[in-house]
Design a protein around this ligand. Structure first.
Ligand code: CP
Length: 319
């Protein structure tokens, strides 16, 4: 069996067996406190390096790192030498040679990590890169879905909103079919990917009620204005979006479809959902947040334990 990767950039980096092992370890961390490890100076050192804003991902990783007994470094990109033009590779190699074992990295730029796949300068977990992927969010979403139904085969989830700019969706589209979950994408045409890039098993619709009625779970996305080019979606007025695609508790009651509502956060109340829905027991956003810590503990633990010696290599040599 392949060992756990030292660079988790994409869901594609994991086999189904590795994903199942992560789910088992996450359940363990959800129900058990880790046992105290060796003295602090022997503990792994782990850095978060977030070049883009975050509340959920960064802080749940910070908590996961400390719950595992590791030493936590909050690498501040704004005050770092990245601002003096140092490359990402030099930055990672510098952290590695200072004794950092693993770095969780977020950036608004897509696909910056792929070049490190062959020879990672440091162990890296992608905490979300541009519109590309957010694999750890997708894994904690799967973990939360499995709390509702141990068997997801034959179930359907509708993902609503700004699909093309959603790195979470790009990871979910790779992850959920492994577990037999059918996917519907719903939203305005201009938020949908090219049909040629969508698997034939995935249904696309512009009809909100059709998507709701066919689903067991709904997954709502934020409209990601910060990833839109200027005036790209001038017609995306929040009020229109809320009217056409927003999910309201009263409407779900009217359809007699009181099903779990997932959201990776941050949620914009009054756009993709209403205040009544986010305050209702259907809303799973906080359960996703709760599960983010044990799932991220499992990912860190698995990566640290992989015994990969091919880290921090410079021009074929390890210094
Ligand atoms: N889901 C998510 O990535 O949220 P943050 O941007 O707050 O980390």
């Amino acid at each position: 069996m392949n060992s756990f990767p030292s660079l988790l950039e994409s869901i594609d980096d994991l086999s189904k067996i590795q994903i199942e092992e992560l789910l088992t370890l996450s359940t363990h961390f959800l129900h058990n406190k880790p046992t105290p490890g060796p003295p602090n100076y022997l503990q792994p050192v782990i850095a978060t390096s977030f070049l883009e804003n975050s509340t959920r991902t960064k802080h749940s990783f910070a908590i996961a790192i400390q719950r595992l007994g590791s030493i936590y470094i909050d690498f501040n990109a704004e005050t770092s030498s990245l601002k003096k033009g140092e490359s990402l590779e030099e930055t990672f190699l510098t952290l590695y040679n200072q004794g950092v074992d693993l770095c969780i990295f977020r950036s608004s730029v897509s696909n910056q990590l792929a070049k490190f796949k062959k020879s990672p300068p440091i162990k890296i977990i992608n905490g979300g890169d541009g519109t590309n992927e957010h694999p750890t969010q997708a894994l904690l979403d799967l973990f939360t879905l499995l709390e509702f139904s141990k068997e997801l085969h034959g179930k359907t989830i509708a993902i609503f909103g700004d699909i093309i700019h959603s790195r979470v969706t790009h990871s979910l589209l790779k992850l959920l079919p492994h577990f037999g979950l059918k996917i519907i994408l719903c939203g305005p045409k201009y938020f949908m990917p090219e049909f040629s890039t969508i698997s034939k098993d995935i249904k696309v619709t512009q009809n909100r009620d059709e998507a709701i009625m066919a689903s067991d779970f709904l997954y709502l996305l934020r409209i990601q204005q910060e990833r839109h080019s200027e005036n790209q979606f001038q017609n995306t007025h929040s009020n229109d979006y809320h009217h056409d695609y927003g999910i309201k508790l009263s409407h779900l009651k009217h359809l007699n479809k009181l099903i779990p509502i997932f959201h990776p956060g941050p949620a914009n109340i009054g756009i993709e959902l209403d205040h009544e829905l986010i305050k209702s027991s259907l809303y799973q956003g906080y359960n996703q947040v709760k599960n983010s810590v044990p799932v991220r503990m499992a990912i860190i633990k698995s990566m640290l334990s992989n015994n990969d010696k091919n880290i921090g290599i410079i021009n074929g040599e390890k210094f």
